[in-house]
Design a binder for this molecule. Structure first.
Ligand SMILES: [Zn+2]
Ligand SMILES: [Zn+2]
Length: 79
């Protein structure tokens, strides 16, 4: 896969160091959008539950734009 960090059980990619949220530009980014890879802060991030199957919720971080884009946030297709 390559995307996953070793030892982490979610796809939340933590950001090391000081990176401003690309979306609001005000807060410090804490995760990276799964769709477009921009750094986003914890207030801008939209978490989508991709927890299909037996291992429970698997939260994927999206920026608000990707979250509302069915091309990117494919979980919307299942609604
Ligand atoms: Zn933000
Ligand atoms: Zn995005």
């Amino acid at each position: 896969m390559g995307f996953f960090e070793k030892g982490k059980n979610s796809e939340l990619r933590k950001i090391d160091g000081e990176v401003e949220c690309y979306y609001c530009g005000e807060a410090r980014a804490s995760v990276v959008c799964h769709g477009c890879s921009i750094p986003i802060c914890s207030s801008c991030v939209r978490l989508e539950d991709y927890g299909f199957g037996c291992d429970g919720g698997n939260l994927i971080p999206f920026c608000p734009k990707c979250y509302n884009d069915p091309q990117v946030n494919t979980v919307l297709k299942f609604e």
